[in-house]
Design a protein around this ligand. Sequence first.
Ligand SMILES: [Zn+2]
Length: 336
Amino acid sequence: MKPQDLLCPAPEGLYCPPGDFYIDPVRPVERALVTHGHADHARRGNARVMATRETLAIMALRYGEDFCAERQEAALGETVRIGDVTVSFHPAGHVLGSAQIAVEWQGLRIVASGDYKRRADPTCRGFEPVPCHVFITEATFALPVFRHPQTGEEVEKLLASVRQFPERTHLVGAYALGKAQRVIKELRDAGYDDPIYIHGALKKLCDFYQSEGIDLGDLRPATIEKGGKGDFAGAIVVGPPSAFADRWARRFPDPVACFASGWMRVRQRARQRGVELPLIISDHCDWDELVDTIDEIRPEEVWVTHGREEALVRWCELSQIRARPLHLVGYEDEAE
Ligand SMILES: [Zn+2]
């Protein structure tokens, strides 16, 4: 028996023949197991969806209650039989509800980790390494040049700028699921108690995080009614990066454009986007986190997907671990 008999790439996504299901399918299928709520992993239109309670709730928030015909809630750490295989979900540390999926059959265990990170995130459970024969890893930042700084340093950069320019609005671009709530929570944990203003596109997900016990403090809509622009002087406004290119952003007084993303390590990207204050805050592993994780799990084999596969495959080979790129299409990662 080969690992490929248990999980193999198909046009719809990663397919498990003995269980007859797909993990994070990019096209509608009969049965989907979903790692987390980001749009490239969690799509609408599958007949049956198994995911953590939080991920199912996030999918319902984004797509409507009818996003699938039948939901199955996965409790973390619990083993469930599907067809001839057993599956279990384990925390991935990526966003609220995110999970790795372990699939086991005839003594062979493969872990599909979805998207994950290793550093602390006050808005979700930390990644738990699961022993396995084959570990499937993402490779979003899989080049040695990608080394994310401490999150606290980046948050302090933002707060220092707010103190330095009390008459300007700090517009922080952050993706709607995960990053926005994490940035807000990190600001709160750093002692920032002022109201934080949010773009309307973030409201539902921020409300959901709050309802899950993640205290984001005083959040207010970033809308200008009849009042003057001066209302937002010195304020922090968080919105999806896409909103910053349109007229919405021009309502604020002399804004400082900030963007919270792992890609802000690349100066050219920050410049192209007109970002004045890049904040390197990532929901994906940097190079060190990736190789440390593989070293910790020490699987017999690593499959590398969505990102820069070659460097990580090479690192595995040099470390005497069999590795190969897994050519899956359709994962752009909205979240960075
Ligand atoms: Zn993601």
